[in-house]
Design a protein around this ligand. Structure first.
Ligand SMILES: [Zn+2]
Length: 368
């Protein structure tokens, strides 16, 4: 089976498609729950499946340090280890080295860093990142890149983007093609149109199975992010999936789908679930708030997840007040279910030609 992407419908610039992989099909637009260290935090794989998720993300940085990629491979790969036979996308490790590791140093060869866990020294090159993701058995492998910090001058952004381009070429050469597996390039260039064009053009020459848009949602604001998406998605081949990395809020997702993005990942729904916040069809709730103490209503009457179908807001509030571990479990279950239902609703609306109306109705709901 080939790794492929087929478009079923477009509505304006919004797209509904299907990603076909060695580990199953993924209807798009799709949201990937973040399974940092071989688990979506607070969730069994079965519970993640019950939210409607079809694909999850694994973090190379965490897994290369613990339990190590070689050990994951000996245990049969990440799919087997975490009981997720479906598609898995792994990041390259670069972004988290820059945000988590100590004493990092970057040069043409790659990134040298010390583990935030035990201070041990490591070197991550494009070739080693590809090897690690291969050992993990990633369905989708990401090239090693540098996520250009924001703000960056044009000169800084150009230098960073060109290093990422050279790493993408090395990553492509090091990638071992397998039936139904793919590799995505990552467009960089900060907020500069000419650099985004140069980056996308160079990546297209490598003929990746998909293209990610990186270096956004790093502080530039939603308006600038949308402006960059308007520019960047037009530069990418229509018959390949587009993945916006690390985004975002429900409103970011709706606006990005309208700009031709097919795939997303973000820690927001899982992290919020562990800090008492719930994304609902009526907006964001903080369940720690005392106003929920006697509230016998379900968290979201439009949701059929375990938290909403079987429990009250008052009970969720109680669990959080008592710091019971079930509180974060139920809120994570709900938030991931909400994100999946948002994607399913978007896909159905695009197929029916009513995406604009869907966005308007969803946004109106958040205000009530
Ligand atoms: Zn729910």
């Amino acid at each position: 089976m080939n790794f492929s992407f087929t478009l079923q419908a477009t509505d304006g610039a919004a797209r509904a498609g299907t990603l076909t992989t060695a580990h199953g099909e993924v209807p798009t637009p799709t949201f990937m729950a973040v399974g940092t260290a071989g688990t979506v935090k607070a969730m069994t794989a079965e519970a993640v499946r019950a939210t409607g998720a079809k694909i999850v993300l694994g973090n190379t940085y965490h897994l290369m340090l613990r339990p190590t990629a070689e050990r994951v491979a000996r245990l049969g790969g990440l799919h087997k280890m975490m009981d997720w036979p479906g598609p898995i996308l792994t990041d390259s490790g670069g972004f988290q080295i820059m945000s988590l590791a100590k004493l990092r140093k970057m040069d043409e060869t790659g990134v040298i860093f010390r583990s935030h866990l035990d201070g041990s020294a490591h070197h991550l090159s494009p070739e080693r990142s590809m090897e690690i993701q291969h050992l993990l058995d990633a369905t989708i492998t990401m090239v090693l890149d540098e996520c250009t910090p924001f703000p960056a001058t044009h000169e800084e952004a150009a230098k960073s983007m060109r290093l990422s381009t050279r790493w993408a070429q090395r990553s492509r050469r090091a990638f071992v093609p397998r039936e139904g597996y793919g590799q995505f390039g990552i467009v960089q260039g900060s907020v500069y149109e000419d650099l985004r064009k140069e980056s996308a053009g160079a990546l297209r020459e490598q003929n990746f199975e998909g293209y990610a848009i990186g270096g956004l949602a790093v502080g530039e604001g939603q308006e600038m992010m949308f402006a960059m998406l308007d520019i960047t998605t037009k530069l990418l081949p229509a018959d390949k999936p587009r993945y916006l990395m690390g985004v975002g809020t429900p409103d970011d997702l709706l606006g990005s789908i309208a700009r031709s993005v097919d795939m997303f990942d973000c820690v927001m729904p899982t992290r919020a679930g562990r800090t008492a916040r719930a994304f609902t069809s009526h907006g964001v709730f903080n369940l720690r708030n005392a106003r929920f103490i006697d509230d016998a209503a379900p968290l979201d009457e439009n949701c059929n997840c375990l938290a909403c179908a079987r429990h009250t807001r008052a009970y969720l509030h109680h669990l959080i007040r008592c710091e019971e571990v079930l509180g974060p479990i139920l809120l994570t279950t709900h938030n991931l279910t909400y994100y999946q239902s948002l994607m399913q609703g978007a896909r159905a609306a695009i197929l029916a030609g009513g995406y604009t109306e869907y966005c308007a109705a969803t946004r109106a709901g958040w205000e009530t």
